[in-house]
Design a protein around this ligand. Structure first.
Ligand SMILES: *[C@@H]1O[C@H](CO)[C@@H](O)[C@H](O)[C@H]1NC(C)=O
Ligand SMILES: *[C@@H]1O[C@H](CO)[C@@H](O)[C@H](O)[C@H]1NC(C)=O
Ligand SMILES: *[C@@H]1O[C@H](CO)[C@@H](O)[C@H](O)[C@H]1NC(C)=O
Ligand SMILES: *[C@@H]1O[C@H](CO)[C@@H](O)[C@H](O)[C@H]1NC(C)=O
Ligand SMILES: *[C@@H]1O[C@H](CO)[C@@H](O)[C@H](O)[C@H]1NC(C)=O
Length: 772
């Protein structure tokens, strides 16, 4: 209501100062009318207009002392009156970067976006939460050489759904005192105690502690830094020693997600983690549709982290195999794809006629070996149409007809319906997703071919019978290869960068889990486990965060880009032909932490280089007018450990990548460049030899890539540059691609219209006319 008095005062004031007595009455009438209209509009807008939570992002913190709340309120007051401003302000970001969150209308949001000091204004949206064979698989046994004192001085920040602090994986036996450099504290809330393993905890949003009731955060944290726990297993599946990649490292837990995650909490978690002094951030969170960097909370948080020397590792997302689904495409983030390891779980399904089929499901139910009647969804309904019943839609199945039987359904999402109807088990199509998941009841998830076999069998007999066996681990000899669900590049928003950067195990990983949470994440499944098997890029990300911490424990002073380079240039080479999306599926390859600790050469990117790219992007996207009028910078010229360029289809191109490497191997060494892969691309390196005489010495070179009309459709060609001195091999993939991205910096001119294309066009037009 303070609106009205404020406007009345201003109007009256203007009026008394400016006007003569005669005009006063007429004007008064007019003013009164205006006043009525304005106040009506205000009342309507205050009541009706839906305000949403927006983040107003202001960039880096100003130098010196400043009061965030005064500053932020002053900005908000530029678009609303002070009383309202203080009511609608939600929170300030002030420890590691500058910004605030407030309830804003569409109009206020636009006005704020137009202010000079504001970089971006964006709605706080929902994000998603996107063992231990995996370490042995990559030649990283528990006996690997470690720098123990330094490892126990390494702190990994986990931004996720919290942690289950009582898990055996997080005991602190044998760990020394908390590192002195730690500036955070234990603010875990109700019934949450930290120890010398979990040295920090914070929580955000509508919860009262950092305790994990979801499972995701506990799982991720134990992949990074869980202790060695013997006899860990999921109902005797995957039995063995569970361990994190850096079992001596410390954990700082930031619970930014409960059932959902929101941008405002994500930013708060980064604000705290950076100021608390973590060494590496692991974040297995993303959104359904990638967003431009300036309005993506993770990209913004990670940018301020890298400015303070902290590497952020993010999961690429589970949006694959579609192209352009990758997250973490900002050059300062290490984006991680998920791969299979050489162990995979399958479960046998035996039909009454003796046919054995192989399903993908983690079935640990001990009572799963009896032969039971098999029915099709459409046979066991009295209320639904045939189509609905075939799919086993909600409320379609009759409990009476389903109880203690195995039900076949045409969609995988119906498992819970069968469970609710008291079915014993379920046969479903695995929907091309070659990944075994923990389910709430015995499931045979079969490929299309096998589903048809089951249908034929159902038709062939009066009393169909089936057995669903417990899962077993089998060898996956072709591993590693990328998981179908793993998000693919390139980025829709930034061209000229290979993303994801690297691949790590993310399929069927055993790791710690809260005993109070359903292992299949369904309310009907009340089993309690200490270790669970999960799949996703969410599981791949903490593997790489651990590897980054491992490399850092040997080189505490290395920059984020040095660590990232070490991991990327030593990654296992992957065959592009067996992985849909090639480099845009797995980046530089599968990580090899043991090799990464001693990479020979590194590609370093300075803070200033990242800042230039950031400046160029924010200026190009718009809305950022402080500081420089223009910031020339291209990702191609960034000293990145991989190289990519987007060109037009059928074009000729000559593209150069300037690069500089730093010697971290042997003081006296001579490296020679080799080009591997693509015969279609002409790749040259100048100079071809690099002679080093001291450590930390830097040498620059230029990689030039030429091609003529080689890409005739939306596709890519790749090769790689390998520097080797006989001891070290330092590999960088090089990708040339065409695509539909409308992003900046395409490095060739479109091909000219030729006679053939004109003829083609005429033909198309003619055909079109005839058709019409
Ligand atoms: C704290 O949480 C643990 C795990 O849920 C539980 O076992 C314990 O009883 C709780 N203690 C209190 C005081 O609530
Ligand atoms: C599924 O896995 C099998 C065995 O590992 C493999 O041969 C097949 O290519 C995979 N299919 C897909 C779609 O990934
Ligand atoms: C099973 O029988 C039904 C009805 O007789 C028929 O429509 C269907 O095509 C048959 N399915 C198979 C897989 O043979
Ligand atoms: C702004 O311009 C100055 C001078 O050209 C340059 O040194 C600085 O790096 C630029 N700032 C950014 C963020 O690019
Ligand atoms: C970004 O960098 C490119 C390449 O140097 C330059 O052409 C462009 O003008 C820059 N954009 C802005 C907005 O500074």
């Amino acid at each position: 209501m303070q609106h009205h008095s404020c406007i009345v005062n201003r109007l009256v004031l203007l009026f008394t100062i400016e006007d003569s007595k005669e005009k006063r009455i007429v004007k008064m009438m007019k003013l009164f009318k205006t006043f009525l209209l304005i106040s009506l509009a205000i009342v309507i807008s205050a009541i009706d207009e839906e305000r949403k939570v927006f983040i107003v992002y202001l960039g880096s913190l100003p130098e010196g002392e400043f009061s965030a709340s005064v500053h932020h309120n002053a900005i908000l007051q530029k678009v609303m009156n002070p009383r309202l401003a203080s009511k609608l302000m939600i929170m300030s970001y002030k420890r590691s970067f500058n910004g605030f969150a407030a309830y804003l209308s569409q109009e206020e949001q636009q006005k704020l976006g137009g202010l000079d000091e504001v970089i971006s204004v964006f709605p706080s949206q929902k994000l998603k939460l996107h063992t231990t064979r995996s370490w042995d698989f990559m030649g990283f046994p528990s006996t690997v050489e470690r720098s123990l004192t330094s490892e126990s001085n390494t702190i990994v920040g986990i931004i996720d759904s919290g942690i289950w602090p009582e898990s055996q994986s997080f005991g602190d036996e044998g760990l020394g005192p908390i590192p002195e450099k730690w500036k955070g504290g234990c603010h875990g809330g109700t019934n949450f105690t930290c120890n010398r393993k979990i040295i920090g905890a914070r929580f955000y949003g509508d919860v009262d502690s950092a305790r994990d009731t979801h499972g995701h955060g506990t799982h991720a944290a134990s992949i990074v830094a869980g202790n060695k726990v013997k006899n860990a297993n999921f109902y005797s599946l995957a039995e063995g020693v569970a361990r994190g990649g850096v079992p001596s490292a410390r954990l700082a837990v930031y619970k930014a997600c409960d059932v959902h995650c929101y941008d405002i909490d994500m930013l708060l978690a980064f604000d705290d983690a950076i100021a608390d002094g973590v060494d590496v951030i692991s974040i297995s969170i993303g959104r359904d549709h990638p967003r431009q960097i300036t309005i993506d909370s993770v990209a913004i948080g990670a940018f301020h982290a890298v400015e303070r020397g902290i590497l952020t590792v993010q999961s690429a997302g589970n949006g694959g195999p579609s192209m352009y689904s990758v997250q973490g495409f900002a050059p300062w983030i290490l984006s991680v794809a998920a791969s299979y390891t050489d162990r995979t779980f399958v479960n046998k399904v035996l039909l009454g006629d003796g046919t054995t089929l192989l399903g993908t499901s983690i079935n640990a139910f001990p009572y799963g070996n009896e032969e039971l009647p098999l029915v099709y969804g459409k046979q066991v309904t009295s209320k639904c149409s045939e189509t609905d019943a075939r799919n086993c839609h909600l409320n379609c199945l009759d409990s009476m007809l389903v109880e203690n039987k195995v039900v076949m359904c045409d969609q995988i999402t119906s498992i819970s319906v069968v469970k609710a109807a008291k079915g014993f088990g379920c046969i479903v199509p695995n929907e091309q997703n070659n990944v075994s998941l923990v389910r709430s009841l015995p499931v045979g998830a079969l490929n299309t071919n096998d589903i048809n076999l089951v249908k034929t069998y159902l038709n062939s007999t009066q009393k169909p019978k089936i057995k669903i066996f417990k899962s077993e681990a089998i060898k996956n000899p072709d591993a590693p290869f990328v998981a179908p669900f793993s998000s693919r590049g390139p980025s829709k928003f930034i061209s000229g960068i290979i993303k994801p950067d690297i691949m790590a195990p993310g399929v069927e990983i055993l790791a710690a889990f809260p005993p109070m949470t359903s292992p299949s994440e369904t309310s009907t499944d009340q089993r309690s486990v200490k270790y669970n098997i999960l799949s996703g890029t969410s599981m791949a990300c903490p593997h790489v965060a651990a590897a980054a911490a491992y490399v850092k424990s040997f080189h505490p002073n290395w920059s984020p880009s040095a660590i990232k380079s070490a991991l990327m240039t030593t990654a296992w080479e992957i065959n592009p032909n067996h992985n849909l999306g090639a480099e845009f599926a797995y980046g530089s390859g599968h990580m090899d932490p043991h090799k990464a600790k001693d990479p020979g050469l590194i590609y370093e990117t300075s803070k200033q280089d990242y800042q230039k790219i950031w400046c160029n992007i924010t200026l190009t996207v718009g809305g950022f007018t402080t500081g420089n009028a223009s910031c020339p910078a291209t990702i191609r010229e960034l000293n990145y450990p991989s190289m990519a360029v987007q060109v037009y289809m059928r074009s000729s191109f000559v593209v150069s990548f300037p690069r500089t490497v730093t010697n971290v191997g042997k003081a006296n060494s001579r490296y020679v460049a080799h080009i591997q892969g693509s015969s279609n691309l002409q790749i040259s390196v100048d100079p071809v030899n690099l002679q080093f005489t001291t450590l930390k010495e830097k040498k620059s070179f230029m990689v030039t890539v030429r091609g003529k009309g080689i890409l005739t459709s939306e596709t890519s060609e790749s090769g790689s540059l390998v520097w080797s001195d006989g001891i070290y091999t330092v590999r960088s993939p090089i990708v040339v691609y065409t695509g539909t991205t409308n992003s900046i910096q395409v490095a060739s001119t479109p091909p000219r219209i030729t006679k053939t294309s004109v003829i083609l066009l005429v033909t198309i037009v003619t055909v079109y006319c005839i058709c019409v």
